[in-house]
Ligand binder design. Sequence first.
Ligand SMILES: Cc1ncc(COP(=O)(O)O)c(C=O)c1O
Length: 461
Amino acid sequence: MTTPATIAPGLRPVRKDALGAEPAKPRPRPSLFSRRTRLLGSENAFRIGPQIKALEDQGLKVIKCNLGEPDFPLAAHIAEEVKRQIDLGLTHYCDPQGILPLREAIARTVARRRDIEVSPDRVVVFPGGKPPIGLAQQTYCDPGDEVIYPSPGFPIYESFTSYVGARPRPLHLLEESDFSFSGRDLAPLINHRTRIIVLNFPSNPTGSVVSREQLESIAEVIRRKAPANARIYSDEIYEDILYDGNRHHSIASVPGMAQRTVIVSGVSKSYAWTGGRVGWAVFPTAEEATVFKNLNINYFSCLPAYNQMGARVALESPLSRAGIARMCAAFTERRDLMVAGLNAIPGIRCRRPGGAFYLFPNIAGLCENLGAIEAHRRLPVKARGRTSPSTLVQMFLLWRYQVATMDRRSFGRIGSDGLHYLRLSIATGLDDLRTGLERLRAAAADHRGFQAFIQEGEHPW
Ligand SMILES: Cc1ncc(COP(=O)(O)O)c(C=O)c1O
């Protein structure tokens, strides 16, 4: 029971509890930022940009193997269409779901390549392939729901789980299995709280691909174990970047799976058009597409219509296929050079990826040889928690040898302790890659330099 308090006129009574105590004053929140905001991760490939710039400002040439951005120009037939549409005045607000001619082209292309039916009312266009990742987690997950995603994997999958209050369930992929997986690996992670299962083939950061048989076994497990309202989020942004005659397979092509799969792709990788900011998702139902259209209205309103018209040409012009083939041929040459070169460096072991444009060498031996494992063990607790031996090697390569790479932690932090890998993007010219290899070879033999680098300890990590 509360006791009425005597109060001055005009003031509200202070309520007391049954024991006559005044309730605790609400404590001010220590941080300016919400808890959710503090939980959001990031993509380090962008975050090391200022460090690279600092080195370049000193007049040093940095070999950039950090960013997943094809180093080819946008094809002329696409660029011309964008310019033409600007001249025609297509510079105003447009359909927040994506302009119809582009959604029709996406529906036709996705349907033809996957042998499924797709209607334009199930397509939503986004500013890139990245935004639907967080939007899907916001849309399908309540706090406590679970998101299964590959680890190592594109960092944004894990980054958003905590932000939306979902539970991250990393599916740890093994080098011995070529960083790929089948239904048997996925099954133990699925339960009644599963809401999203992320697939990403060809994969960032490992370049792994998947066979039709693997997808059938994954589909069988999902059919058997996943709740009916769980969604497969199939990130197929590297669908065109394939080597050695590999074909792209989508889980949506497996019977019964299109009804529960969100298929995602875009122009960034296939058409070397990262600055175009055009990506898309095909949803299982028009109802879901309408929800995402409303998210677009809330966040972005719409995307530049002239870029969308360019994307339509990218998808439908016969000239585009030749451009993709030339790009893949160049990536193949670089991959072969780099895989051979990396494997010749003591302490490094590198698989040949079947797709995407990344190498993901195991550097456990290198960490050992340089003394990175011991150096990491001796770091102050806070710095140790923020880093790993491969982070120290990554920083050494950047600051002492000007080769920008990414560490294992940048591709899923949870459960990454004791795993020693780097990601190298081969979306960089052959000459630069040759120079990068020479520098890596020299760095790998520079035990003393590494120890001095750690002693100086002045570098951000
Ligand atoms: C797996 C994966 N998904 C999505 C994206 C985002 O692509 P976009 O630049 O179109 O937003 C990337 C970019 O690196 C990626 O690697």
